[in-house]
Design a protein around this ligand. Structure first.
Ligand SMILES: NC(=O)c1ccc[n+]([C@@H]2O[C@H](COP(=O)([O-])OP(=O)(O)OC[C@H]3O[C@@H](n4cnc5c(N)ncnc54)[C@H](OP(=O)(O)O)[C@@H]3O)[C@@H](O)[C@H]2O)c1
Length: 265
């Protein structure tokens, strides 16, 4: 998709990856509708966008798990004459053993919320001659990782939703893309996660690098994109020979468990 002049609704715009995506989309000539709960952060980002890449950038504060707030967002989008691109980027993550996990909140935010927002906004996208939906998953949406049972399940679900939706809309003008970063330097990762990644030698990317990959994926209409090496290889190996990844992660389990216990509230 050529981004110049397009209207992009970006969820999770107040977060680390979201802010970087917004800046790069605006630099490519898009008009942004920035969505998250934190109004102050959205307003600061809006001011930065308007100063650097002038356009009619908008903010909309909403808790997207709330049905009424999704309906209010739909009304806002209709007033804007629709959107060309929906990026479901908002998400949360919890690191901890099974007893520490809040599964309902993670599944509601990472899976149900983008599904319901897509359902709400799809008619607005279908009004356009060409439109796109991008769902931001994770490497853990293809590799179930110890200490992330809720997060992995939510991102596996999001990948399944994206694949089914892409195929359902394949004869329409709405493209559906799946984007999967690996660890990225944002505050979604607790100190325990950062320390664990360091000890295990897991690489972490900058939000700017991740945003650049996403913008390129959109411009190239690439259906699926996974960031990072060796994570891309592990995703493929896990799909065909999961026993190999079982063994590799079993060798790391003692370290993962130590940090997961550390992150207990
Ligand atoms: N960072 C990583 O290591 C990593 C790796 C792979 C994938 N990802 C994925 O990348 C995406 C962005 O993550 P990030 O690293 O940028 O995290 P982040 O900095 O914590 O940002 C998360 C964003 O989600 C928004 N959000 C959360 N719950 C929401 C709700 N109920 N309603 C509306 N907005 C909500 C937050 O905004 P408010 O708090 O203002 O509402 C914030 O803008 C997520 O989907 C994440 O799973 C991240």
């Amino acid at each position: 998709m050529e981004l110049r002049g397009k209207t992009v609704l970006l969820t999770g715009a107040s977060g680390g990856i979201g802010q970087a995506i917004a800046l790069q989309l605006a630099a490519a000539g898009a008009r942004l509708v920035l969505v998250a709960r934190n109004t102050a952060r959205l307003a600061t980002l809006q001011a930065e966008l308007v100063a650097k890449h002038p356009a009619d950038h908008q903010i909309f504060s909403a808790d997207l798990t709330n049905a009424q707030e999704r309906q209010d967002l739909l009304a806002f989008v209709r007033d804007l004459q629709g959107i060309d691109l929906l990026i479901n980027n908002a998400g949360i993550s919890q690191f901890g053993l099974v007893a520490q996990q809040d599964y309902a909140t993670q599944l509601s935010t990472n899976l149900l919320m983008p599904m319901l927002l897509t359902q709400t906004l799809l008619p607005e996208l279908q009004r356009k001659s060409a439109a796109m939906i991008v769902n931001v998953g994770s490497a853990f949406g293809s590799i179930g990782y110890p200490g992330f049972t809720g997060y992995s399940a939510s991102k596996f679900g999001l990948r399944g939703f994206t694949e089914a939706l892409k195929r359902e809309l394949s004869d329409s003008a709405v493209q559906v893309l799946y984007f999967a970063p690996r660890a990225t330097d944002t505050s979604i990762n607790s100190d325990a996660v950062v320390a664990m990644n360091r000890e295990l030698g897991n690489q972490s990317d900058s939000p700017a690098l991740v945003a650049a990959a996403l913008v390129q994926q959109i411009q190239q209409n690439q259906a699926r994109r996974f960031i990072g090496w060796p994570e891309q290889l592990f995703v493929r190996v896990n799909a065909v020979l999961p026993g190999i990844v079982d063994k590799a992660l079993a060798a790391k389990l003692a370290v993962i468990r130590r940090y997961a216990q550390l992150s207990q509230p």
